[in-house]
Write a protein that binds this ligand. Sequence first.
Ligand code: G4F
Length: 332
Amino acid sequence: MAAKRALVIGIAGQDGSYLAELLLAEGYEVHGVVRSASASLENLAAVRDRVELHETDVLDVDALAALLSSTRPREVYNLAAPSFVPQSWREPVAVAEHSAVGVTVLLETIRRIDASTRVFQASSSEIFGEPRESPQTEETPLAPLTPYGAAKAYGHFLTRCYRRRYGLHATSGILYNHESPRRPVDFVPRKIARAATAIALGLERELELGNLDARRDWGYAPDYVRAMWLALQQPEGDDYVIATGESHSVRELAEIAFSHVGLDYEEHVRVDESLTRGSAELHDLVGDPARARERLGWAPSVDFAALVRLLVDADLERLRAQHEVAGPVVEG
Ligand code: G4F
């Protein structure tokens, strides 16, 4: 096993690509799993020639075993799973396969091939669903409300089971919402940032959103992958809440994004009831990252307002380049 060799499952996604950059900077040999040869590698643009990609079906025990045997990583990061929560109502079986069965395949294969391999499982604040307490900690009981949350809860529990039964160095990171310019526009921060920019550039006129009063604990994705890596450098695996400890509303997000390009969100945002989540909307979702702070020395580096502004700035640059238009000067 190489002293510094890592396998990132889901390397082409937002988190996978930032993690690949961090691991390379830390001197790792980085292997990554992509779903298919046609997967978009846009996020990997900066590191594509420095990572080795493998097209592997991670739900296939034999294929995964062959990959682990040939690459022999010291650390495995499992970041591959469907991540858009409403979609999990349309494809509950696929979500269960990836986020529940897939975790079983991975942990069982690691145990058989090399039980000293360290593994990070990307869990989610969705596992708390209707939380019994706020902020949530690693001890807060799970109460998922969506197929996505239920599947992630299974993966979370299984990671604990393998840690306890087999002594695996297995960590479950309970990740709260984390964003970046690499986030798809399905998710509300990028959706708002892109639309505010497009409206400011005169390319669009309005933005339809769901519940403006919904609240989330939003952080910056590169900070969250640093927490993943730090967690695997500890003597033992554990569960960690990775969050900022602050919650903000979708309305605040829209206010900051639109005002950053000199606009008033109230003049451009329209509520579309079909985008609201009804009884599956999560409330009081805010994490207490005390354990990560104390044991990993981890703290977020970007606050909420700065995060929203950096998303808008990135979309301004992207849309200007695409449309070759001169944009508004952003407010400081
Ligand atoms: O951006 P979102 O779609 O993210 P959501 O559902 O919280 O999930 C994200 O974070 C989870 C961590 O807790 C991850 F596990 C998951 O994979 C994903 O990364 O929605 C955020 C909030 C929700 O309350 C939603 O109801 O924004 C509200 N919202 C209001 N209008 C909207 C919209 N969300 C979306 N996507 N689109 C809207 O128009």
